[in-house]
Design a protein around this ligand. Sequence first.
Ligand code: PLP
Length: 348
Amino acid sequence: MQQHNFSPGPAILPPSVFQALAAGIVNYHDSGLSIAEISHRSPAFLEVIEEATRLVRELYQVPSHWEILWLPGGASSQLSTAPMNLVNPDDTIAIVNTGYWSEKAYDAASAYCHVHRTDPKRLDIPEEAKYLHVVSNETIDGIQWHTFPDVKIPLVADMTSDFLSRPIPFEKFALIFASAQKNFGISGITCVLVNPTYIPDSPNKIPAPKIFQYKTHMAEQSLYHTLPTVPVYSSLLMLRWIKAHGGVENMYALAKQKAAMIYQEIDANPNFTGLAPIEKRSIANACFYGNSPEIETQFLTFAEKRGIYGIKGFPTIGGFRASMYTGMPIESVQYLVETMQQFTAQAL
Ligand code: PLP
């Protein structure tokens, strides 16, 4: 049975991307070698990482002085390395308290520097704060900043769940990062966009270990160590796909269209209720509840029997979450909407 994959990540990629990835793993460009078994410093892999970097720059019109890095460790490690590179341990940063991933950012940064937590409505930021950490899209809570806040200090953004599916006003940012496994590849690599202006020459009283310094990776085009090569190759294939399908502008238009379809059904269907406040609803992750525990259990079985995969909500939140990243075809969202309608019709 065809599966409609709404997994929150690792997430759906287009079949053509997986086919090209599989072919490259078996025999990369007829070289008789797998992309997985060649040196990360080989000319063939250098072409891969350079084109991937070029495509991120082109798709986002990244300002020319910004650096683009490919780092392992997921967005999770960036929650620690961002403060380690941008500020000193006696400095203060601010974090907007939006949900699960802003809490993770708070925990990680608190181990290194002073952290002021602020409410998204008030945005009270201490004078001394060096930057404001925002989670562009809270993957678990299903809420999103539709317009990034206007503040006097630069933003650091965790864009793990909406990178490449929305525009970025670069002038507001010092740093942006996103793990690949939702919008542009398989898990194992994180794309980190750095405005070097914000990386002070001697940032720390105790410098971060060399492997965690952005400058180390900037100096070596992300090849300081053996980086996860296959995830970078998957990112290249997905970036090419995004470019061939109208770039970020079209990904954004499609994301809005997919979100409108699912939220319309959530609001119209008597069995379901949306989780997030309407004005904050994420266009990447639509979270909703069934209106009783029985409806939740029955709908999950009903949907799974029809080939819908990955819609169970995060354990602490419950309910359902439909993740609709760049690789998600609009037809699958239509199919989920019809499944919700059929579920309600047969229950009547
Ligand atoms: N930040 C956000 C918004 C996420 O959704 C996730 C993962 O789901 C992460 C950070 C952590 O990413 P990783 O698991 O790649 O470290």
